[in-house]
Design a protein around this ligand. Structure first.
Ligand code: SAH
Length: 390
């Protein structure tokens, strides 16, 4: 390993970016790189000053991910200290669940590294060359701190291809079963850590599920339900629950989860939400609570206009299906769509649906997925809880 002596010179625009609190340098701002894939490098500004230490990628458009600004070097102890802080922070959150995010990349100062806890197991993701290269050491540090029964690397996200890394899933430590039981509030879920979406569950919505449960009542429609996270959390307050998802596996899991938790009034439908909303409207059906939690419609900037029209359509139809006095919990996890743009499109939907709507809560991803104040895109999950007045 060439380690700490590797050096990358960045342009003054890149230097300004770091100074403004952004932890990434793009390839176009790299002037000269004397470094190899995944190296820990000293970043040098246009005038030869050390501006920080970072992880280098020789493939990604994100060439450098900041570890430490200024001249302070990155010692071996830094990794363990950062893990300790991330773990301690979660301990302060009084999370009423056995599944949550322990390390959220840049927001825990371990860029592109994700660690989720599922009961006695950890599921991690190495999303850059630098972290991939250090995965063994990071695994050892996690074992020393948490002594998990098993650690699974879910290194299958597509973004790894941008780093020139292969997509693979492998056990890093101990054994990891095909199915792990976890608890969220009073409900239990079976999680498939090998094949489930993300690392198994949508942990980022946990607090929004708790918040939404305060308002839920009457007839509930949970659209884009996955394994029924919202449907289950809201079901005890509702008379009838319809959960809709396109995925056969998700629908089977909603049914199994509803049964396991004694919620006989939860129905799961394998349908395209766009079609189902239209059909429910045609049949004149009404709901008192609706949850819209679609996948990221805008995966990149070019997809934003189409994404906005998708958000508008589902929100328009949901507001029409909602009874006066009912609640709409509407989410967007597209980091390319700001909260303001999302709120604007939902407002247009309300106007077109002739609905008067008040904002009950404006929410974001759970606190175990922190947002960086100086990096607006890290506020990726927006959640509005709305009330239809008339
Ligand atoms: N609400 C869930 C997370 C939803 S993730 C939770 O709290 O856990 C988005 C889900 O939408 C995925 O399960 C995906 O299978 C589903 N999906 C994507 N496009 C869809 C469509 N057009 N119709 C129905 N479901 C869809």
């Amino acid at each position: 390993m060439r380690g700490a002596e590797s050096e990358v010179t960045v342009s003054s625009r890149g230097e300004d970016r770091i100074r403004s609190g952004h932890p990434w340098i793009y390839r176009s701002d790299v002037v000269k790189a004397d470094a190899e894939a995944g190296d820990l490098v000293r970043m040098v500004g246009a005038r030869g000053r050390t501006i920080g230490h970072a992880l280098y990628s020789d493939r990604s458009e994100i060439a450098l991910r900041l570890l430490t600004p200024g001249a302070e070097p990155v010692t071996d102890a830094v990794w363990g200290e950062r893990l300790d802080r991330a773990i301690r922070f979660r301990e302060t959150l009084s999370i009423d669940a056995t599944a949550y995010r322990l390390v959220h990349g840049e927001a825990d100062r371990i860029p592109s590294f994700v660690v989720d806890r599922y009961g006695d197991y950890l599921v991690l993701q190495a999303l850059s060359q630098g972290i991939d290269r250090r995965l063994k050491e990071l695994t050892t540090l996690l074992v020393e701190r948490l002594n998990p029964a098993g650690i699974l690397a879910r290194n299958d996200p597509r973004v790894r291809l941008l780093e020139g890394l292969e997509r693979r899933v492998d056990v890093q430590h101990g054994t990891v079963p095909e199915s792990i039981e976890v608890r969220e509030g009073r409900f239990t879920f079976q999680v498939d850590p090998y094949r489930g979406q993300k690392t198994g569950l949508f942990l980022d919505q946990r607090e929004n599920r708790v918040a939404a449960a305060q308002y839920a009542r009457g007839r509930l429609l949970d659209a884009f339900s996955y394994n029924g996270g919202f449907a289950l959390a809201l079901a005890p307050r509702c008379d009838e629950v319809i959960a809709v998802d396109l995925s056969e596996d998700a629908v089977a899991r909603i049914r199994a989860n509803a049964e396991r938790n004694g919620l006989g009034h939860v129905q799961a439908r394998m349908m395209n939400v766009f079609d189902e909303l239209r059909e429910l409207e045609r049949r004149g059906e009404r709901f008192d609570t609706i949850v819209l939690d679609p996948p990221a419609f805008a995966k990149n900037k070019a997809a934003v206009p189409k994404a906005l029209s998708g958000y508008k359509e589902i929100n328009l139809r949901a507001l029409k299906l909602l009874s006066p006095g009912g609640y709409l919990v509407t989410c967007s996890c597209s980091y390319n769509v700001s909260e303001a743009a999302f709120a604007d499109v939902v407002a247009q939907a309300a106007v077109d649906a002739h609905a008067e709507v008040s904002v009950v809560e404006r929410r974001m991803q759970g606190r175990d997925h922190p947002v960086l104040l100086t990096v607006p895109e890290t506020f990726y999950l927006k959640c509005l809880i709305l009330r239809k007045l008339a």
